[in-house]
Design a protein around this ligand. Sequence first.
Ligand SMILES: Cc1cc2nc3c(=O)[nH]c(=O)nc-3n(C[C@H](O)[C@H](O)[C@H](O)COP(=O)(O)OP(=O)(O)OC[C@H]3O[C@@H](n4cnc5c(N)ncnc54)[C@H](O)[C@@H]3O)c2cc1C
Length: 474
Amino acid sequence: MTDTSSYSPIHIIGGGLAGSEAAWQIAEAGIPVILHEMRGVRGTDAHKTDSLAELVCSNSFRSDDATSNAVGVLHAEMRLAGSLIMSAADKNQVPAGGALAVDRDGFSDAVTKAIESHPRITVVREEVSGLPPRKWDLAIIATGPLTAPSLASAIQAETGADALAFFDAIAPIIHTDSINLDVCWFQSRYDKVGPGGTGKDYINCPMTEEQYNAFVDALITGDKTGFKEWEGTPYFDGCLPIEVMAERGRETLRHGPMKPMGLTNAHNPTVKPYAVVQLRQDNALGTLYNMVGFQTKLKYGAQAEVIRMIPGLEEAEFARLGGLHRNTYINSPVLLDPSLTLKSRPGLRFAGQITGCEGYVESASIGLLAGRFAAAERKGESLPLPPATTAFGSLLNHITGGHIVSDDEPGKRSFQPMNINFGLFPLLEPGAITKPEGVKRFRGKDKTVMKKQLVAARALDDCAAWLGGGDQLA
Ligand SMILES: Cc1cc2nc3c(=O)[nH]c(=O)nc-3n(C[C@H](O)[C@H](O)[C@H](O)COP(=O)(O)OP(=O)(O)OC[C@H]3O[C@@H](n4cnc5c(N)ncnc54)[C@H](O)[C@@H]3O)c2cc1C
Protein backbone atom coordinates (compact mmCIF):
# COMPACT_ATOMS: atom_id res chain seq x y z
CA MET A 1 0.00 0.00 0.00
CA THR A 2 1.37 3.47 -0.74
CA ASP A 3 0.77 6.54 1.30
CA THR A 4 -1.52 9.08 -0.30
CA SER A 5 -1.46 11.60 2.52
CA SER A 6 -0.87 15.20 1.54
CA TYR A 7 0.46 16.13 4.95
CA SER A 8 4.19 16.49 5.53
CA PRO A 9 5.62 13.96 7.96
CA ILE A 10 6.05 14.25 11.71
CA HIS A 11 9.46 13.04 12.90
CA ILE A 12 9.85 10.92 16.00
CA ILE A 13 13.22 10.23 17.59
CA GLY A 14 13.28 6.96 19.55
CA GLY A 15 11.35 3.78 18.77
CA GLY A 16 10.76 2.61 22.33
CA LEU A 17 7.44 2.32 24.14
CA ALA A 18 6.59 6.01 23.75
CA GLY A 19 7.94 6.61 20.25
CA SER A 20 6.23 3.52 18.81
CA GLU A 21 2.87 4.47 20.36
CA ALA A 22 3.21 8.09 19.17
CA ALA A 23 4.04 6.89 15.64
CA TRP A 24 0.99 4.62 15.59
CA GLN A 25 -1.39 7.32 16.80
CA ILE A 26 -0.14 9.84 14.23
CA ALA A 27 -0.22 7.35 11.37
CA GLU A 28 -3.72 6.21 12.32
CA ALA A 29 -4.77 9.86 12.21
CA GLY A 30 -3.76 9.89 8.52
CA ILE A 31 -0.41 11.64 8.82
CA PRO A 32 2.95 10.22 7.69
CA VAL A 33 5.64 9.55 10.27
CA ILE A 34 9.40 9.14 10.04
CA LEU A 35 10.60 7.20 13.08
CA HIS A 36 14.33 7.47 13.80
CA GLU A 37 15.65 4.64 15.98
CA MET A 38 19.35 4.22 16.65
CA ARG A 39 19.35 0.54 17.65
CA GLY A 40 20.59 -1.40 14.69
CA VAL A 41 23.35 1.19 14.38
CA ARG A 42 24.14 1.92 18.00
CA GLY A 43 22.95 0.11 21.15
CA THR A 44 22.25 1.24 24.71
CA ASP A 45 23.51 -0.23 27.99
CA ALA A 46 20.21 -1.95 28.73
CA HIS A 47 18.57 -2.91 25.40
CA LYS A 48 19.53 -6.31 23.97
CA THR A 49 17.75 -6.39 20.57
CA ASP A 50 17.00 -4.14 17.63
CA SER A 51 13.23 -4.55 18.05
CA LEU A 52 11.02 -1.56 18.64
CA ALA A 53 9.39 -1.21 22.08
CA GLU A 54 11.84 -3.58 23.75
CA LEU A 55 11.10 -4.20 27.44
CA VAL A 56 14.48 -3.70 29.09
CA CYS A 57 13.71 -5.44 32.36
CA SER A 58 10.50 -6.93 33.80
CA ASN A 59 7.88 -8.31 31.38
CA SER A 60 4.99 -6.93 33.44
CA PHE A 61 2.65 -4.04 32.68
CA ARG A 62 1.49 -4.36 36.32
CA SER A 63 -2.13 -4.60 37.47
CA ASP A 64 -4.83 -4.90 34.81
CA ASP A 65 -7.61 -4.10 37.28
CA ALA A 66 -9.44 -1.08 35.83
CA THR A 67 -11.92 -0.95 38.71
CA SER A 68 -9.59 -0.08 41.57
CA ASN A 69 -5.99 0.16 40.43
CA ALA A 70 -4.55 3.33 38.87
CA VAL A 71 -2.33 1.58 36.30
CA GLY A 72 -5.24 -0.70 35.41
CA VAL A 73 -7.28 2.43 34.70
CA LEU A 74 -4.48 3.71 32.47
CA HIS A 75 -4.51 0.37 30.57
CA ALA A 76 -8.25 0.75 30.02
CA GLU A 77 -7.96 4.35 28.81
CA MET A 78 -5.20 3.37 26.39
CA ARG A 79 -7.33 0.54 25.01
CA LEU A 80 -10.17 3.03 24.51
CA ALA A 81 -7.77 5.25 22.59
CA GLY A 82 -6.70 2.46 20.22
CA SER A 83 -3.25 1.94 21.72
CA LEU A 84 -0.85 -0.23 19.71
CA ILE A 85 1.18 -1.02 22.84
CA MET A 86 -1.90 -2.33 24.69
CA SER A 87 -3.11 -4.27 21.66
CA ALA A 88 0.30 -5.97 21.28
CA ALA A 89 0.41 -6.65 25.04
CA ASP A 90 -3.08 -8.18 25.06
CA LYS A 91 -2.19 -10.43 22.12
CA ASN A 92 1.01 -11.64 23.81
CA GLN A 93 -0.24 -12.02 27.37
CA VAL A 94 1.24 -14.71 29.62
CA PRO A 95 -0.42 -15.89 32.87
CA ALA A 96 0.37 -13.53 35.78
CA GLY A 97 -2.65 -13.43 38.11
CA GLY A 98 -4.21 -9.98 38.11
CA ALA A 99 -1.23 -8.45 36.31
CA LEU A 100 -0.80 -8.00 32.58
CA ALA A 101 2.48 -9.72 31.77
CA VAL A 102 3.68 -10.41 28.24
CA ASP A 103 5.95 -12.66 26.23
CA ARG A 104 8.60 -9.98 25.73
CA ASP A 105 9.81 -11.12 22.30
CA GLY A 106 6.29 -11.72 21.00
CA PHE A 107 5.28 -8.29 22.26
CA SER A 108 8.19 -6.38 20.69
CA ASP A 109 7.86 -8.36 17.44
CA ALA A 110 4.17 -7.45 17.24
CA VAL A 111 4.91 -3.75 17.74
CA THR A 112 7.81 -3.84 15.25
CA LYS A 113 5.70 -5.58 12.59
CA ALA A 114 2.75 -3.21 13.06
CA ILE A 115 4.99 -0.15 12.78
CA GLU A 116 7.17 -1.39 9.92
CA SER A 117 4.21 -2.51 7.85
CA HIS A 118 2.13 0.63 8.38
CA PRO A 119 1.84 2.44 5.05
CA ARG A 120 2.32 5.84 6.62
CA ILE A 121 5.35 4.99 8.81
CA THR A 122 8.97 4.91 7.66
CA VAL A 123 11.55 3.60 10.11
CA VAL A 124 15.07 4.98 9.74
CA ARG A 125 17.82 3.27 11.69
CA GLU A 126 20.09 6.14 12.72
CA GLU A 127 21.26 8.05 15.75
CA VAL A 128 19.94 11.60 15.80
CA SER A 129 22.80 13.39 17.46
CA GLY A 130 21.41 16.88 17.85
CA LEU A 131 18.08 18.63 18.23
CA PRO A 132 15.80 18.01 15.23
CA PRO A 133 16.70 20.34 12.34
CA ARG A 134 14.30 23.27 11.93
CA LYS A 135 12.95 21.81 8.68
CA TRP A 136 11.37 19.05 10.78
CA ASP A 137 8.66 21.50 11.78
CA LEU A 138 6.85 18.96 13.98
CA ALA A 139 8.91 16.45 15.94
CA ILE A 140 8.78 14.36 19.09
CA ILE A 141 11.79 13.35 21.19
CA ALA A 142 11.08 10.00 22.85
CA THR A 143 14.58 8.76 23.54
CA GLY A 144 13.94 7.47 27.04
CA PRO A 145 16.09 6.96 30.13
CA LEU A 146 19.14 6.01 28.05
CA THR A 147 19.08 8.87 25.55
CA ALA A 148 22.28 8.89 23.49
CA PRO A 149 24.82 11.33 25.01
CA SER A 150 25.06 13.42 21.84
CA LEU A 151 21.35 14.22 21.87
CA ALA A 152 21.32 14.64 25.66
CA SER A 153 24.00 17.34 25.35
CA ALA A 154 21.99 19.12 22.67
CA ILE A 155 18.86 19.05 24.88
CA GLN A 156 20.93 20.38 27.76
CA ALA A 157 22.28 23.20 25.59
CA GLU A 158 18.70 24.15 24.62
CA THR A 159 17.10 23.87 28.07
CA GLY A 160 19.94 24.78 30.44
CA ALA A 161 22.34 22.59 32.42
CA ASP A 162 20.04 22.17 35.44
CA ALA A 163 17.05 21.17 33.33
CA LEU A 164 18.25 17.67 32.41
CA ALA A 165 18.92 15.04 35.05
CA PHE A 166 20.95 11.88 34.49
CA PHE A 167 19.93 10.13 37.69
CA ASP A 168 16.73 10.15 39.63
CA ALA A 169 17.31 10.41 43.37
CA ILE A 170 13.84 9.69 44.56
CA ALA A 171 12.52 10.18 48.05
CA PRO A 172 9.46 8.11 48.99
CA ILE A 173 6.07 9.76 48.47
CA ILE A 174 3.17 9.02 50.80
CA HIS A 175 -0.60 9.36 50.43
CA THR A 176 -1.60 12.19 52.78
CA ASP A 177 -4.65 10.37 54.10
CA SER A 178 -2.46 7.53 55.42
CA ILE A 179 -0.47 9.86 57.72
CA ASN A 180 -1.58 9.90 61.37
CA LEU A 181 -2.12 13.57 62.23
CA ASP A 182 -2.83 12.68 65.86
CA VAL A 183 0.92 12.07 66.07
CA CYS A 184 2.30 14.40 63.37
CA TRP A 185 1.67 18.11 63.02
CA PHE A 186 1.85 20.84 60.38
CA GLN A 187 4.63 23.40 60.81
CA SER A 188 7.43 24.98 58.78
CA ARG A 189 10.81 25.19 60.50
CA TYR A 190 10.87 28.37 62.63
CA ASP A 191 7.32 28.97 61.31
CA LYS A 192 8.88 30.56 58.21
CA VAL A 193 6.21 31.64 55.77
CA GLY A 194 8.46 32.04 52.71
CA PRO A 195 7.16 32.68 49.21
CA GLY A 196 3.76 31.05 48.78
CA GLY A 197 3.88 29.35 52.21
CA THR A 198 1.74 29.58 55.33
CA GLY A 199 4.26 28.74 58.08
CA LYS A 200 2.61 25.33 58.29
CA ASP A 201 3.85 23.79 55.07
CA TYR A 202 5.42 20.57 56.35
CA ILE A 203 4.06 17.53 58.12
CA ASN A 204 6.43 16.70 60.99
CA CYS A 205 6.94 13.29 62.59
CA PRO A 206 8.59 13.40 66.05
CA MET A 207 11.06 10.81 67.35
CA THR A 208 12.40 10.04 70.80
CA GLU A 209 16.10 9.16 71.23
CA GLU A 210 15.23 5.48 71.48
CA GLN A 211 13.10 5.59 68.32
CA TYR A 212 15.84 7.48 66.47
CA ASN A 213 18.52 4.94 67.40
CA ALA A 214 16.34 2.01 66.37
CA PHE A 215 15.60 3.78 63.08
CA VAL A 216 19.30 4.43 62.34
CA ASP A 217 20.11 0.76 63.09
CA ALA A 218 17.35 -0.39 60.74
CA LEU A 219 18.63 1.89 57.96
CA ILE A 220 22.17 0.56 58.30
CA THR A 221 21.22 -3.11 58.39
CA GLY A 222 18.33 -2.98 55.85
CA ASP A 223 18.67 -4.82 52.51
CA LYS A 224 19.94 -2.58 49.72
CA THR A 225 20.06 -2.78 45.93
CA GLY A 226 23.32 -2.26 44.09
CA PHE A 227 24.05 -0.17 41.03
CA LYS A 228 24.37 -1.78 37.60
CA GLU A 229 27.97 -1.79 36.43
CA TRP A 230 27.29 0.83 33.75
CA GLU A 231 25.50 3.16 36.15
CA GLY A 232 28.61 4.04 38.20
CA THR A 233 27.96 5.29 41.73
CA PRO A 234 26.38 8.68 41.28
CA TYR A 235 26.60 9.95 44.84
CA PHE A 236 27.15 13.62 45.30
CA ASP A 237 27.04 15.24 48.69
CA GLY A 238 23.80 17.18 48.24
CA CYS A 239 21.93 13.99 47.52
CA LEU A 240 23.28 11.05 49.51
CA PRO A 241 21.02 8.09 50.18
CA ILE A 242 19.66 8.25 53.70
CA GLU A 243 21.36 4.98 54.70
CA VAL A 244 24.75 6.25 53.48
CA MET A 245 24.27 9.31 55.70
CA ALA A 246 23.35 7.03 58.61
CA GLU A 247 26.55 5.02 58.06
CA ARG A 248 28.64 8.19 58.27
CA GLY A 249 27.85 8.60 61.98
CA ARG A 250 25.00 8.10 64.41
CA GLU A 251 24.37 11.86 64.71
CA THR A 252 24.60 12.69 60.99
CA LEU A 253 20.87 12.47 60.28
CA ARG A 254 19.98 14.45 63.39
CA HIS A 255 22.14 17.26 62.04
CA GLY A 256 20.86 16.81 58.50
CA PRO A 257 17.41 15.96 57.17
CA MET A 258 16.11 14.87 60.60
CA LYS A 259 17.17 17.90 62.62
CA PRO A 260 14.59 18.88 65.25
CA MET A 261 15.50 22.59 65.41
CA GLY A 262 12.80 25.24 64.99
CA LEU A 263 9.96 22.75 65.45
CA THR A 264 7.54 22.36 68.36
CA ASN A 265 5.37 19.28 68.63
CA ALA A 266 1.82 20.65 68.55
CA HIS A 267 0.55 17.56 70.37
CA ASN A 268 3.17 17.73 73.12
CA PRO A 269 4.72 21.24 73.17
CA THR A 270 6.76 20.79 76.35
CA VAL A 271 8.75 17.77 75.12
CA LYS A 272 11.41 18.57 72.55
CA PRO A 273 11.60 15.84 69.87
CA TYR A 274 15.04 14.20 69.60
CA ALA A 275 14.73 14.06 65.81
CA VAL A 276 12.03 15.01 63.28
CA VAL A 277 11.18 13.62 59.86
CA GLN A 278 9.67 16.30 57.62
CA LEU A 279 7.30 15.67 54.73
CA ARG A 280 6.61 18.32 52.13
CA GLN A 281 3.51 18.69 49.98
CA ASP A 282 4.28 17.15 46.59
CA ASN A 283 1.34 17.98 44.38
CA ALA A 284 -1.00 20.92 44.02
CA LEU A 285 -3.93 18.72 45.08
CA GLY A 286 -2.31 18.12 48.49
CA THR A 287 -2.95 14.38 48.25
CA LEU A 288 0.75 13.43 48.32
CA TYR A 289 3.62 14.26 50.66
CA ASN A 290 7.30 13.74 49.94
CA MET A 291 9.83 12.52 52.54
CA VAL A 292 12.33 15.34 52.08
CA GLY A 293 15.93 14.09 51.88
CA PHE A 294 15.01 10.43 52.13
CA GLN A 295 16.34 9.22 48.75
CA THR A 296 17.44 5.63 49.31
CA LYS A 297 18.79 2.42 47.78
CA LEU A 298 17.00 0.25 50.35
CA LYS A 299 15.03 -2.55 48.69
CA TYR A 300 11.29 -1.80 48.50
CA GLY A 301 10.26 -4.29 51.22
CA ALA A 302 12.95 -3.11 53.64
CA GLN A 303 12.18 0.50 52.83
CA ALA A 304 8.48 0.26 53.64
CA GLU A 305 9.28 -1.57 56.87
CA VAL A 306 11.86 1.02 58.02
CA ILE A 307 9.68 4.01 57.11
CA ARG A 308 6.71 2.56 58.99
CA MET A 309 8.89 2.68 62.14
CA ILE A 310 8.53 6.49 62.04
CA PRO A 311 5.87 7.72 64.48
CA GLY A 312 2.78 8.77 62.53
CA LEU A 313 3.76 6.74 59.46
CA GLU A 314 2.92 3.29 60.88
CA GLU A 315 0.10 2.92 58.32
CA ALA A 316 1.82 4.84 55.51
CA GLU A 317 0.64 4.01 51.99
CA PHE A 318 3.24 4.79 49.36
CA ALA A 319 2.52 6.51 46.06
CA ARG A 320 6.09 5.60 45.23
CA LEU A 321 9.08 4.25 47.10
CA GLY A 322 12.51 5.81 46.96
CA GLY A 323 15.32 4.93 44.61
CA LEU A 324 18.44 6.06 42.82
CA HIS A 325 18.69 5.03 39.17
CA ARG A 326 20.34 5.99 35.96
CA ASN A 327 17.73 7.98 34.06
CA THR A 328 17.50 10.91 31.67
CA TYR A 329 14.63 13.31 32.16
CA ILE A 330 13.90 16.97 31.72
CA ASN A 331 12.40 19.43 34.19
CA SER A 332 9.04 19.17 32.42
CA PRO A 333 6.88 21.34 34.74
CA VAL A 334 9.12 24.27 33.86
CA LEU A 335 10.00 23.44 30.24
CA LEU A 336 6.86 21.98 28.65
CA ASP A 337 3.44 23.40 27.93
CA PRO A 338 0.33 21.29 28.67
CA SER A 339 0.49 19.66 25.22
CA LEU A 340 4.08 18.48 25.89
CA THR A 341 5.65 21.11 23.61
CA LEU A 342 8.99 22.64 24.56
CA LYS A 343 8.09 26.25 25.36
CA SER A 344 11.31 27.52 23.81
CA ARG A 345 10.77 25.55 20.54
CA PRO A 346 7.25 25.43 19.16
CA GLY A 347 6.64 22.23 17.22
CA LEU A 348 9.05 20.16 19.32
CA ARG A 349 7.44 17.79 21.81
CA PHE A 350 8.80 15.33 24.34
CA ALA A 351 7.24 11.97 25.18
CA GLY A 352 7.90 8.94 27.36
CA GLN A 353 10.19 8.54 30.30
CA ILE A 354 12.30 11.56 29.34
CA THR A 355 9.32 13.75 30.38
CA GLY A 356 9.47 12.45 33.97
CA CYS A 357 6.89 9.73 33.95
CA GLU A 358 8.07 6.29 34.96
CA GLY A 359 7.33 2.82 33.64
CA TYR A 360 6.42 1.08 30.40
CA VAL A 361 2.71 1.90 30.50
CA GLU A 362 3.11 5.50 31.61
CA SER A 363 5.78 6.13 28.94
CA ALA A 364 3.58 4.64 26.23
CA SER A 365 0.59 6.68 27.40
CA ILE A 366 2.53 9.93 27.21
CA GLY A 367 3.65 8.83 23.72
CA LEU A 368 -0.01 8.33 22.86
CA LEU A 369 -0.89 11.84 24.01
CA ALA A 370 2.12 13.48 22.33
CA GLY A 371 1.20 11.69 19.10
CA ARG A 372 -2.40 12.85 19.25
CA PHE A 373 -1.39 16.46 20.07
CA ALA A 374 1.12 16.51 17.21
CA ALA A 375 -1.37 15.02 14.73
CA ALA A 376 -3.98 17.60 15.70
CA GLU A 377 -1.43 20.38 15.26
CA ARG A 378 -0.49 19.10 11.79
CA LYS A 379 -4.17 19.14 10.81
CA GLY A 380 -4.62 22.66 12.17
CA GLU A 381 -7.04 21.40 14.79
CA SER A 382 -6.88 21.92 18.50
CA LEU A 383 -7.21 18.85 20.69
CA PRO A 384 -8.70 19.54 24.12
CA LEU A 385 -6.54 18.27 26.98
CA PRO A 386 -7.73 15.03 28.56
CA PRO A 387 -9.86 15.83 31.63
CA ALA A 388 -7.86 16.07 34.86
CA THR A 389 -10.07 13.32 36.28
CA THR A 390 -8.71 10.73 33.82
CA ALA A 391 -5.51 8.73 34.23
CA PHE A 392 -4.22 10.42 31.05
CA GLY A 393 -5.03 13.86 32.47
CA SER A 394 -3.63 13.11 35.93
CA LEU A 395 -0.31 11.91 34.60
CA LEU A 396 -0.06 14.75 32.09
CA ASN A 397 -0.85 17.20 34.85
CA HIS A 398 1.91 15.78 37.07
CA ILE A 399 4.40 16.19 34.25
CA THR A 400 3.41 19.60 33.00
CA GLY A 401 2.16 21.39 36.08
CA GLY A 402 0.71 19.47 39.02
CA HIS A 403 3.99 18.94 40.81
CA ILE A 404 4.94 21.68 43.25
CA VAL A 405 8.36 23.16 42.54
CA SER A 406 10.12 23.63 45.87
CA ASP A 407 10.52 27.28 46.98
CA ASP A 408 12.64 26.64 50.02
CA GLU A 409 15.52 24.97 48.21
CA PRO A 410 16.53 27.63 45.69
CA GLY A 411 18.41 26.20 42.75
CA LYS A 412 17.39 22.64 43.58
CA ARG A 413 15.03 20.81 41.29
CA SER A 414 12.42 18.77 43.08
CA PHE A 415 10.56 17.22 40.13
CA GLN A 416 11.05 13.46 40.21
CA PRO A 417 9.73 10.72 37.92
CA MET A 418 6.48 9.14 39.01
CA ASN A 419 4.31 6.14 38.18
CA ILE A 420 0.58 6.69 37.81
CA ASN A 421 -1.17 6.42 41.19
CA PHE A 422 -4.45 7.53 42.73
CA GLY A 423 -2.72 10.40 44.55
CA LEU A 424 -2.40 12.17 41.19
CA PHE A 425 -6.18 12.18 40.57
CA PRO A 426 -8.37 15.05 41.82
CA LEU A 427 -10.37 14.37 44.97
CA LEU A 428 -13.99 13.21 44.76
CA GLU A 429 -16.81 15.62 45.55
CA PRO A 430 -17.44 15.87 49.31
CA GLY A 431 -19.99 13.27 50.38
CA ALA A 432 -19.26 10.96 47.44
CA ILE A 433 -18.21 8.16 49.76
CA THR A 434 -21.24 6.95 51.65
CA LYS A 435 -22.05 3.73 53.48
CA PRO A 436 -23.88 1.43 51.08
CA GLU A 437 -27.38 0.46 52.17
CA GLY A 438 -27.57 -2.76 54.16
CA VAL A 439 -23.84 -2.66 55.10
CA LYS A 440 -23.38 -2.73 58.89
CA ARG A 441 -19.67 -1.91 59.31
CA PHE A 442 -18.12 0.59 56.93
CA ARG A 443 -14.48 0.77 57.97
CA GLY A 444 -11.62 2.97 56.77
CA LYS A 445 -10.43 0.12 54.54
CA ASP A 446 -13.88 -0.12 52.90
CA LYS A 447 -13.89 3.65 52.33
CA THR A 448 -10.49 3.46 50.61
CA VAL A 449 -11.73 0.69 48.32
CA MET A 450 -14.87 2.67 47.49
CA LYS A 451 -12.81 5.81 46.86
CA LYS A 452 -10.60 3.97 44.35
CA GLN A 453 -13.61 2.45 42.61
CA LEU A 454 -15.34 5.81 42.28
CA VAL A 455 -12.21 7.56 41.02
CA ALA A 456 -11.62 4.72 38.51
CA ALA A 457 -15.22 4.78 37.22
CA ARG A 458 -15.16 8.59 36.91
CA ALA A 459 -11.86 8.39 34.98
CA LEU A 460 -13.18 5.88 32.46
CA ASP A 461 -16.45 7.77 31.88
CA ASP A 462 -14.60 11.04 31.38
CA CYS A 463 -12.00 9.42 29.13
CA ALA A 464 -14.68 7.87 26.92
CA ALA A 465 -16.39 11.27 26.65
CA TRP A 466 -13.05 12.94 25.81
CA LEU A 467 -12.40 10.41 23.07
CA GLY A 468 -15.92 10.82 21.75
CA GLY A 469 -16.94 7.29 22.59
CA GLY A 470 -13.55 5.68 21.90
CA ASP A 471 -12.17 4.02 18.82
CA GLN A 472 -11.20 0.58 20.06
CA LEU A 473 -8.38 -1.08 18.12
CA ALA A 474 -9.40 -4.33 16.52
C1 LIG B 1 17.82 -0.70 33.41
C2 LIG B 1 16.40 -0.28 33.34
C3 LIG B 1 15.40 -1.12 33.82
C4 LIG B 1 14.05 -0.76 33.77
N1 LIG B 1 13.10 -1.61 34.22
C5 LIG B 1 11.78 -1.30 34.10
C6 LIG B 1 10.77 -2.21 34.49
O1 LIG B 1 11.05 -3.31 34.94
N2 LIG B 1 9.46 -1.84 34.35
C7 LIG B 1 9.12 -0.64 33.84
O2 LIG B 1 7.91 -0.37 33.72
N3 LIG B 1 10.06 0.25 33.46
C8 LIG B 1 11.38 -0.05 33.57
N4 LIG B 1 12.36 0.85 33.18
C9 LIG B 1 11.97 2.10 32.66
C10 LIG B 1 11.74 1.87 31.16
O3 LIG B 1 12.92 2.02 30.46
C11 LIG B 1 10.73 2.80 30.66
O4 LIG B 1 9.59 2.61 31.41
C12 LIG B 1 10.37 2.67 29.19
O5 LIG B 1 11.18 1.84 28.43
C13 LIG B 1 10.49 4.06 28.71
O6 LIG B 1 9.96 4.13 27.43
P1 LIG B 1 10.53 5.23 26.46
O7 LIG B 1 9.89 5.02 25.15
O8 LIG B 1 10.47 6.56 27.07
O9 LIG B 1 12.09 4.85 26.35
P2 LIG B 1 12.73 3.54 25.69
O10 LIG B 1 11.79 2.42 25.70
O11 LIG B 1 14.06 3.36 26.32
O12 LIG B 1 12.93 3.97 24.16
C14 LIG B 1 13.82 4.98 23.80
C15 LIG B 1 14.39 4.63 22.44
O13 LIG B 1 15.14 5.74 21.95
C16 LIG B 1 16.31 5.24 21.29
N5 LIG B 1 17.27 6.35 21.27
C17 LIG B 1 17.92 6.93 22.32
N6 LIG B 1 18.66 7.97 21.88
C18 LIG B 1 18.48 8.06 20.53
C19 LIG B 1 18.98 8.93 19.52
N7 LIG B 1 19.79 9.94 19.81
N8 LIG B 1 18.61 8.71 18.24
C20 LIG B 1 17.75 7.70 17.92
N9 LIG B 1 17.26 6.84 18.84
C21 LIG B 1 17.60 7.03 20.14
C22 LIG B 1 16.69 4.05 22.15
O14 LIG B 1 17.49 3.14 21.42
C23 LIG B 1 15.33 3.46 22.50
O15 LIG B 1 14.91 2.50 21.58
C24 LIG B 1 13.71 0.50 33.23
C25 LIG B 1 14.71 1.36 32.75
C26 LIG B 1 16.03 0.98 32.81
C27 LIG B 1 17.08 1.92 32.29
